[in-house]
Write a protein that binds this ligand. Structure first.
Ligand code: IPE
Ligand code: IPE
Ligand code: MG
Length: 262
């Protein structure tokens, strides 16, 4: 169980169960989560894989609320990759229905918690019904000023970068911009995560140690945190553990530690 943080200043230490010691003045601004291990979680208990996905939605709800309460600026959650179409049709349909149900059930609460929802990935390839739901959720929460929740659905980072390159190439062909004006800031601007704070931390539950085509550009200097815990068992205390570990890391960005001597 966790208690809502009731601190007044951002610098107050959290009083939420399980996050003792998290320094709220040095939180990762943007956390990405590869929500993995749903199927294995279910299969270990002799349940259908799909029940693992359903349980995973509960983890997402709790973790988003916990992140929002302590003041994290943005969460990007990987829900369905451009490679996940390789799964059996029944699993894909189940997941698409689950996304639709999630919006129907959670939108009011997310909105009341001042959360701004965005969808990243090839949303244009999803069903019309889902596209409309996603657009409505985005429009309804667009002016919210709290946590930004990016849900990555039919997302692949190589696809995202390819789309950005195409937009930029078109602008060069149309003489809107010169090749020399292309820089990192411009590329950032044409990615799906444009306007979201810099990615500081990537969390992967489920016991695998790979990035699976997620936020390749944005991950340049993000810290990684892995756990064997499957996503449906991932609780706010694990989020706090990841943040605590992040706060101990020495982020040098190619430079030297401030204590280094020549
Ligand atoms: C992650 O859980 C959810 C999606 C990829 C849609 P998995 O379904 O990949 O679960 P495992 O990795 O098979 O346990
Ligand atoms: C990554 O999980 C994608 C999501 C969590 C949505 P996968 O289960 O698809 O990743 P791989 O196949 O193990 O790399
Ligand atoms: Mg998996």
């Amino acid at each position: 169980m966790w208690k809502k943080w009731i601190g007044k200043k951002n610098t107050d230490f959290a009083t939420i169960d399980g996050c003792d010691g998290v320094d709220l003045s040095r939180l990762p601004r943007h956390i990405a989560i590869i929500m993995d291990g749903n199927g294995r979680w279910a299969q270990k208990q002799g349940l259908l894989r799909t029940l693992g996905h359903r349980a995973g939605v509960e983890s997402l709800k709790e973790v988003v609320r916990a992140a929002s309460n302590i003041g994290v600026q943005a969460i990007t959650a990987y829900a369905f990759s451009t490679e996940n179409w390789k799964r059996p049709d029944e699993e894909v349909s189940f997941l698409m229905n689950l996304f639709s149900e999630y919006i129907d059930r959670e939108l009011d609460e997310l909105d009341s918690e001042n959360i701004k929802i965005r969808f990243i990935g090839r949303i244009d390839e999803l069903s019309n019904v889902l596209q409309t739901k996603f657009e409505n959720a985005q429009t309804r929460t667009v002016n919210n000023t709290g946590l930004i929740l990016n849900l990555a659905v039919n997302y692949g980072s190589r696809d995202e970068i390819t789309r950005a390159v195409k937009i930029i190439a078109q602008k060069v062909v149309g003489n809107e911009i010169s090749v020399n004006s292309i820089n990192e800031t411009m590329i950032d601007h044409y990615l799906d995560t444009a306007g979201v704070p810099q990615l500081d931390l990537i969390i992967r539950p489920g016991g695998d140690y790979r990035i699976s085509n997620f936020l390749l550009w944005q991950a340049a200097y993000a810290e990684f945190w892995y756990t064997d815990i499957n996503w449906p068992d991932f609780k706010p205390c694990h989020l706090y553990a990841a943040i605590l570990e992040y706060q101990k890391r020495d982020r040098r960005f190619g430079g030297l530690n401030k204590n280094s001597t020549l």
